[in-house]
Design a protein around this ligand. Structure first.
Ligand code: ZN
Length: 112
């Protein structure tokens, strides 16, 4: 599988909502079917000192993948960006490529 295919695969199979729920805030409530998960309401951003919920995610029809956006600190992107930001927050600096490979591995092994 090429790097590009691997990236596409990860963005298609690994939803932002799932990532947030499994790694960042287990109690976050979301609704949805299939892989398109829509948050019912924004959450407190895990990346800045947030006082009112400003972290959203949504399915981007144009790019056919889920994206997130914080209207407080401005961070945003897809699940790969989220994995990089969250890893950095946890004290681990990883490259884009490494982020793709890690998420791909989680999907393959069902360890997410
Ligand atoms: Zn933020």
């Amino acid at each position: 599988m090429s790097d590009f295919d691997m990236k596409q695969y990860v963005c298609e199979k690994y939803s932002v909502g799932e990532y947030v729920n499994s790694k960042i805030i287990p109690s976050v409530h979301y609704t949805g079917t299939n892989r398109v998960i829509t948050m019912t309401k924004p959450i407190i951003c895990p990346f800045h000192a947030d006082t009112k919920p400003s972290f959203y995610y949504h399915y981007d029809e144009k790019y056919k993948k889920e994206k997130f956006k914080c209207f407080g600190c401005g961070l945003g992107g897809d699940v790969i960006d989220l994995h990089r930001f969250w890893s950095f927050k946890c004290g681990r600096k990883i490259s884009f490529k490494q982020a793709v490979v890690e998420l791909y591995y989680e999907l393959q092994t069902g360890s997410r």
